[in-house]
Every structure is written in C-alpha cells, then in structure tokens.
Design a protein around this ligand. Sequence first.
Ligand code: SAM
Ligand code: SF4
Length: 331
Amino acid sequence: MRLVDGFGRVATDLRVSLTDRCNLRCTYCMPAEGLPWLPSDTLLTDDELVRVVRVAVDLGVEDVRFTGGEPLLRPRLPEIVRGIASHPSGPKTSVTTNGIGLGKMAQALKDAGLHRVNVSLDTLDPERFKELTRRNRIDDVLRGLEAAADAGLLPVKVNAVLMRGVNDAEAVDLLAFCLERGYELRFIEQMPLDAQHAWNREEMIAADEILDLLGKEFTVVPDEEPRGSQPAERFRVLKDGVDLGTVGIIGSVTRPFCGACDRVRLTADGMVRNCLFARDEHDVRSVVRGGGSDDDIAAVFLGAMAVKKAGHGIDDPSFVQPDRPMSAIGG
Ligand code: SAM
Ligand code: SF4
C-alpha cells in the first residue's frame, strides 16, 4: 500500500518535527519571548516516534527529514536517526537545522546513519545575524557547517530567506560564500507561516527578484536536470564563462509546486498533516497510546492523504493561515 492522494500524487517524503522549541528567535519565525511550547507529555516519545515513522516507511516513504523548531535540541537524536535509518528499506534521512549544535553532533549523526543536512543561514554579517535571530551565535553556525562537511553529510545545503531591507543586499555574497565552499544554496520565498501573522506579500522577495539580484554578479541559467518533485528550481551559476555550481530557488508562493508534491508531515505531538498549509490534522498519538496496531497507524496516514487538497491556496481570497506557526508544524 502507498500513500496516494485523491489527485494521484504519492507521498514518499516525510517531514518529522522533533520539537517546537528553538535556541534562536528568527524575527520572521517567532517572537522574541518564544511561544507557548507544547506540553512535554504530548510529545511522542522516542519509541513512539520511531514506530510511527517506520510504519510510514512501510507505506513507501523513502526520505525522512527531521526538523522543528530546532531538531538538534531533541535529546538522543542520534538514537532516533538510527532507529529509522535501520529500517530494511533503507530510507534516506536528513536534518534541517539552524546549525548551532552541528559542531558537536555532526559526526555522531553521520555514525547513526544520517545522510544529509540543510543548514539555515540568512546572513554572513555577525551584527545582522544577531538582529535577525536575536542571538549572537553566527560562529556556532559557521562551525556547524564545517563540521557537517567534515563528517561527510553531503551535499551540505544552505537555506536562506531574503527579506526586503534586511538581508536582500546579501544575495550575491551568500551565493559566493556557498559556491566557494561547495555548499548548495537554496533561497526560500518567505511564506505566511510566522507566529506573529505579520507576513505581507508585497514585502516578500519573490523568485523573479532573487534571480535579478543574482544576475547583477552572475549569469544564472535554468539547470537542464529534470526537477521531479523537488521544490527547488535549480539554476547553473556562471561567471566569465566558468560554471561555478548551482543555486536553488524555492518559490513556494509565486511558483508553487503543489502539483508535484510528494510530502506528508508528522508534528512533534503526533499529528499527521498532509500539507504545510493544512488546517486539519490527523491524530496518530491517540492511536499509538490507545494500543493501536501498525495497521491502525497506517490508516491515519492513509486517511490524511485521502483528503489532501490540490494546492496550498495562498492566492485564494479565502486563504487562512494555519493555526500553528512553521516552528510548531515543522518547516
Ligand atoms: N530551526 C531549523 C532551521 O531554522 O533550519 C528548522 C526549522 S525552520 C522552521 C526550517 C526552515 O524554515 C528554515 O530554513 C527557516 O529559514 C524557514 N522558515 C521559517 N519561517 C519561514 C517562513 N515564514 N517562510 C519561509 N521559510 C521560513
Ligand atoms: Fe528557530 Fe528555525 Fe524558526 Fe529560526 S527559523 S526561530 S532557527 S525554528
């Protein structure tokens, strides 16, 4: 049995939020004081989480990405990774992280079977980093990036969100930094998923504008490799006729990729979501805690997929932002 939705799309990519807590306070994600965190007894335990994810792998999930909140804050992360990477179908595992804990943990994660990491880095300027994340931790992030590459968690990908008047002047510098070090940079359009509900479409730096900004320094041409279900459109980056590598742009708002979506999500408190923007959740925690079988767990995933909508609907006049912010859903 596979995770097929009503439009024939098949979910093979599971995003698992391990915690809603974070050691940064990125202004576009959460307020300075943080958020009311999930009560700890609502979080899936390690054993519950590994069991639920392994059932999803039985249902054809091939890629499992850990996120949050900040997933490296989850105690015993290497054991969780090992519990999932050891599934006989050999799912690919990865982590989306702010990078702060990677300096210490990259090798242990690699040894546990982790394949790759995405590290979020929106600025190279220490002062701006401090303003943007409300913490003085850029050195830890840079160390984390190096540790990930040294541990062989390759390719190291870097995620950046550009904001008007904040870090948009750094688009070229961020790309040069990543190309020099062999990191794959992906710019992500800012989405209406902030806890403060302050997102404003007019303020967003859209994919076209990102390409214009990069075009001031580089020649950026569409990559010929087929995109498949990848959310990032890939471009080759050339300078003076020399091919320097690639850059990705995730235009979730202006270039949505819902038609090829292959994702399903699990929140830290055990709710299955069929979309980042879904307004409904499917409770797998009570099934697990009520003594449900693996088939019962599978039924929750299948039920969630059966009602997946065609698209995120950000452009519909009736669009309403989900109740939970990105940090609680799992970005
Ligand atoms: N804390 C980890 C991190 O920052 O990588 C994982 C969770 S974070 C929510 C995942 C990604 O979502 C990060 O790359 C972050 O920049 C991005 N993000 C957060 N809020 C966003 C928003 N409103 N629009 C677009 N991307 C956002
Ligand atoms: Fe934390 Fe990631 Fe949100 Fe920044 S984007 S506050 S690092 S969860």
